[in-house]
Design a protein around this ligand. Structure first.
Ligand SMILES: [Zn+2]
Length: 293
């Protein structure tokens, strides 16, 4: 990324005639992203309506576990395409597995075929989720253990969530469980998904906040800005939601104008600055955030 010093940027924005803002936006994710669906929080406290269905769903073009079509938001499908392709190019990868004594040991993946990912699930309507949930309860002795969400509480209804497995794991396991983590594909995704705008939505160490058990296969598209923020700060979406709601409220209380701020951000983007947190992905690998709106 081309870096533009903050001072020069201020001059650029003045020169382009951007209005002076009453309040300064200092949160390291743009208002544009925060007010888009990328920041959407869906859980048992934040339910989607029965009628909610994204209007821009597309049919997934990546490898799928069955011939049934899977729908996703366009940006999710595009990100998956790139991620699946990049995974295939990984011919060697060090990962870890638990041995018979329960100790973690390193293992080497080596294959000319690369890491083969496969899409199992994407958009699910409210009605489909209702069936999925009821079927899950039926085979789990009626116990709701958080693995399957009730209708309205599933991110799959947003078209921004997807379940991704490895070809081998999918062939050998009827149901997904946390054992998927012990595959090179799962660990590679956990390490790299933020670069494509995804996060592991239900991490192992956040179960008390997400109230969903660890799901190494469930990726949520949040875009690269938010994925960068969550990664740098070690937060899940529930925590992020608190952060950005407070930042937006403080901005508005200080006289900030959301629409005007979006215009400023659009101007920045046209000046070649994609986001405030892209340094996370800088070639130097550092995680500093050098620009704020
Ligand atoms: Zn899922």
């Amino acid at each position: 990324m081309k870096r533009i010093p903050a001072m020069m940027l201020a001059l650029l924005l003045c020169a382009s005639g951007s209005p002076a803002l009453a309040a300064e936006w200092s949160f390291p994710v743009s208002v544009t992203e925060l007010t888009s669906d990328h920041a959407l929080l869906v859980n048992r406290d934040h339910l989607l309506d029965e009628s909610y269905k994204p209007e821009d769903l597309v049919v997934a073009t990546v490898k799928r576990t069955s011939s049934s079509k899977i729908e996703l938001r366009p940006e999710v499908n595009q990100a998956l395409e790139t991620m699946f392709e990049d995974a295939l190019a990984v011919k060697e990868y060090t990962y870890r597995v638990k041995n018979s004594k329960g100790e973690w040991v390193e293992k080497e993946f080596k294959s000319e075929a690369g890491l083969r990912l496969v899409l199992k699930s994407g958009f699910r309507s409210y009605g489909t989720q209702k069936t999925t949930y009821n079927n899950y309860l039926a085979r789990n002795n009626g116990v709701d253990d958080g693995i399957s969400s009730p209708p309205g509480a599933s991110e799959h209804q947003s078209g921004l969530a997807c379940d991704v497995l490895s070809v081998d794991y999918n062939a050998n396991n009827q149901y997904m469980n946390a054992s998927f983590y012990q595959t090179p594909e799962a660990q590679w995704m956990e390490e790299n998904c933020i670069y494509y705008g995804f996060v592991i939505r239900y991490p192992e160490d956040k179960e008390d906040l997400t109230r969903v058990p660890y799901e190494p296969w469930h990726l949520r598209y949040v875009g690269r800005e938010i994925a960068g923020y969550l990664n740098v700060n070690g937060k899940c979406l529930e925590e992020f939601y608190e952060d950005y709601q407070a930042a937006l409220a403080a901005f508005i209380a200080d006289g900030g104008d959301i629409e005007a701020q979006k215009l400023v951000e659009a101007a920045r983007k046209s000046n070649g600055i994609e986001s405030t947190v892209l340094d996370v992905y800088g070639e130097d690998g550092d995680a500093e955030i050098s620009l704020t709106f």
